[in-house]
Design a protein around this ligand. Structure first.
Ligand SMILES: [Ca+2]
Ligand SMILES: [Ca+2]
Length: 266
């Protein structure tokens, strides 16, 4: 992992002016819609550790620290290897724009943090993880890889506070598996028998699935601990439909090696 990080640094640097010590990206744009242009600087701080540079034979080694300056204000932060600093427009009708910083998070998923400007201060609009898709009307969809599917999280902009909140869902629709979008759910054939439970507590078996029977994934249930949303532990229990239309629950560790052709995450 360390080696990958350094290689990414070197690639990133090829776009830099030779005189730069820190990576600096600037924007001049009206963020808060008051007709006054903001001067924005994003500065990624160079690590001056010569031992690290010589070890990796790199001209630039990124320390992880960054500074965001908007007009006369600044905030500091820490990130993994930077991927992008860009202006985004979460809601095209609210008169504001935002500054997004993306970095190479763990397992090559992307971490994003978004900043705004209220005319006097920099504020944090929100943070999320995974791929990003903006609908332009205040909603951000972010896809986060799970063991065999990608969960879509939904963040929305609160129009009063101009900050993001995650739409809480009791279940997440499993509409894709092994990198394919499936209209009618992901269907697999059982190769080794396993039980199906009444609910996600796993306390009452309602059916035993025999080899040769087929199941379709319907939804996945997030664990209560949202702190772990970026790990496999976030979705442990899955709602299935059997080939005789019984709905039941099963945990990942029971089924992951008992279905034909179920892919596994890297
Ligand atoms: Ca302005
Ligand atoms: Ca806007």
């Amino acid at each position: 992992m360390k080696q990958f990080t350094i290689l990414t640094c070197v690639f990133f640097l090829t776009t830099l002016p030779s005189h730069a010590e820190n990576l600096i990206q600037t924007f001049d744009i009206d963020l808060n819609g008051d007709g006054i242009i903001e001067h924005i600087e994003v500065e990624y701080v160079e690590d001056t550790d010569e031992q690290m540079r010589s070890y990796y034979d790199a001209d630039f080694y990124y320390s992880g620290n960054y500074i965001v300056r908007i007009n006369d204000q600044e905030v500091t932060g820490w990130s993994e290897v930077p991927e992008a600093a860009e202006i985004v427009d979460i809601d095209e009708n609210d008169g504001r724009m935002e500054l997004l910083l993306a970095d190479d998070g763990p397992s090559n998923e992307t971490n994003c943090i978004i900043y705004g400007w209220n005319g006097e201060e920099i504020y944090t609009v929100g943070e999320f993880y995974g791929s990003r898709e903006f609908d332009g009307h205040g909603t951000i969809y972010s896809g986060v890889s799970q063991e065999f599917w990608t969960a879509t999280f939904i963040d929305r902009l609160n129009p009063d506070t101009h900050t993001l909140y995650t739409v809480p869902q009791d279940l997440y629709f499993v509409d894709n598996c092994c990198n394919q979008i499936i209209d009618n759910g992901c269907m697999y054939t059982v190769t080794v028998a396993f039980p199906l439970y009444k609910d996600a507590s796993g306390s009452q078996i309602i059916e035993n699935l025999e080899p040769g029977s087929e199941i379709t994934f319907i939804a996945a249930k997030p664990n209560v601990n949202y702190e772990n949303y970026d790990t496999w532990e976030f979705f442990e229990w899955y709602l299935l439909r059997t080939d005789d239309n019984v709905l039941g629950w099963i945990d990942f560790w029971t089924f992951y090696d008992k279905l034909e052709g179920l892919c596994q995450a890297d």
